[in-house]
Design a protein around this ligand. Structure first.
Ligand SMILES: Nc1nc2c(ncn2[C@@H]2O[C@H](COP(=O)(O)OP(=O)(O)OP(=O)(O)O)[C@@H](O)[C@H]2O)c(=O)[nH]1
Ligand SMILES: [Mg+2]
Length: 441
């Protein structure tokens, strides 16, 4: 039975009162809270990222507002005066929405809407809406649906609360509708949502178990997974290494599914490479949780290729954010190679500096096919605990050279006057053979 079959069996009912992003709503302001320790550059980058997310979700940003304070207001996130000012500006400019660059608590979202009459959505909703639009496979769609339902559950009320208010006033005017219908309806909806969450979780459990079996069948193939910030170039690299033809796009979260292909290593050792969903700072935790079937690829890997877009000024911060997500899914102990991508867009001195700064790093351009050989070499080294050695052997060690041909991979062999120059990739267990002949680099 394949993944899709488990998921086909799943029937979900629509819940009426989800306050979704409506299609007509296309313009917005962004509002962000700036902690006092945050630098101007970081604030700018964070708002730009929010703008990029909004853009990907099909919303045009017409301006942004920031307020410097360390903690959000418990009940309204921003202060009263600030929200009133935004409301006035929104009316004047006829802007549809306010996007908050953070996740609002259910109470905050409700109060901003009710008290200040601002149609508000938060960063999580924007990301969920992108995931919703980009999900192609049934598995991805269900994982997104699960995250949406979990986000929605504590926030159910809008439609039905209004229903109660209307009914209440009708009764006051002599109508006979009973008050409290809305509250009952919220309970019904909540039950329905919980039921759906259980059903999806069960289906995802089955998919996870099925994938687990598939992974076991891969036997002793080494598992390598490409991870990284969204838009870093994961799928581009995946295609270069496997000719898979996975979708590559200059947009956030182009990939939501994981795809795996055989990777041919020069040692002939079997390996499987996987491309997967990208990460972002403050990735909504519901998404991380519901994408567990997809993220298993990373958790289960023998080696992670952590790909970094070094043309992005915030690359260092992105590395930290990706590592944070990896830690949250239990993948922080897996060996990593830092793949410094898009070297075609930056100064070579930056590549050199970063290659030295990170342990096990290699600079490449996936799009321009640069540095791929070096990357593969490093992959082999890390995977097999193999290392590349440059040796100078005396002619009397001819037998050892023959042996190296058998047990390692010779990448260069030169017979010169002062001896035999050999470059060889060798497993850690065999390295004692050549210790005396290593040329110091
Ligand atoms: N200049 C340059 N552009 C690159 C390079 N590698 C990838 N890109 C571009 O970066 C963009 C994102 O590439 P993808 O491979 O889709 O990135 P991804 O990490 O898979 O992104 P998501 O799946 O959305 O998380 C595309 O426009 C690529 O053409 C590179 O080495 N140099
Ligand atoms: Mg991708």
């Amino acid at each position: 039975m394949n993944n899709e079959t488990y998921l086909d069996e799943l029937e979900l009912e629509e819940v009426e009162s989800w306050d979704e992003l409506e299609k007509g709503e296309k313009t917005a302001f962004i509002a962000a809270l700036i902690p006092s320790r945050e630098s101007e550059a970081d604030t700018k980058a964070s708002i730009e990222e929010m703008q990029r997310l909004a853009d990907t979700a099909g919303i045009t940003i017409l301006g942004h507002y920031t307020q410097r304070r360390n903690h959000p207001e418990r009940s309204t996130y921003f202060g009263k005066g600030f929200l009133e000012e935004i409301h006035a500006q929104m009316l004047q400019t006829k802007v549809d929405l306010l996007i908050i660059n953070d996740e609002l608590s259910p109470v905050q979202g409700r109060n901003i809407t009710d008290t200040f009459e601002i149609r508000v959505i938060d960063r999580t909703q924007v990301i969920l809406s992108i995931f919703h639009d980009h999900a192609r496979s049934k598995e991805a769609k269900l994982q997104v649906k699960l995250a949406e339902l979990q986000y929605q559950l504590p926030r159910l009320r809008h439609l039905w609360a209004h229903y109660d208010q209307e009914r209440g006033s009708m009764r006051a005017a002599g109508g006979s509708a009973s008050r409290g219908m809305g509250e009952k309806q919220i309970e019904v909806d909540k039950r329905l949502i919980r039921l759906q969450i259980r059903k999806i979780n069960k289906a995802i459990d089955q998919v996870t178990a099925h994938k687990e079996t598939q992974r076991k069948q891969r036997g002793d193939s080494k598992k390598i997974c490409i991870v990284g910030y969204t838009n870093a170039g994961k799928s581009t690299l995946f295609n270069v290494l496997t000719d898979a033809g996975v979708l590559v796009e200059d947009r956030l979260f182009a990939t939501l599914d994981s795809t795996s292909r055989q990777l041919k290593l020069s040692t002939g050792a079997p390996a499987v490479l996987s491309d997967t969903v990208g990460f972002i700072s403050n990735l909504p935790h519901h998404l991380v949780a519901s994408f567990r079937a997809t993220l298993m690829e990373a958790v289960d890997a023998d080696l992670l290729l952590h790909i970094v877009d070094i043309s992005d000024l915030r690359h260092e911060y992105h590395v930290a954010q990706v590592n944070e997500v990896l830690a949250s899914i239990g993948a922080s102990e897996i060996p990593q190679i830092i793949v410094l991508n898009k070297k075609d867009l930056v100064d070579s001195s930056l590549c050199t500096m970063l290659s030295r700064y990170y342990e096990d790093a290699v600079a490449i351009s996936a799009a321009k096919n640069l540095g791929i050989e070096e990357l593969l070499q490093l992959v082999e080294e890390k995977l097999m605990q193999n290392k590349l050695y440059h040796l100078l052997l005396p002619y009397t060690e001819n037998a050892l050279v023959s042996r190296l041909h058998e047990i390692g991979k010779i990448t260069q062999e030169d017979y010169k006057e002062d001896g035999i120059y050999v470059s060889v990739i060798l497993g850690a267990a065999d390295s004692y053979l050549i210790q005396d002949y290593i040329i110091p680099q």
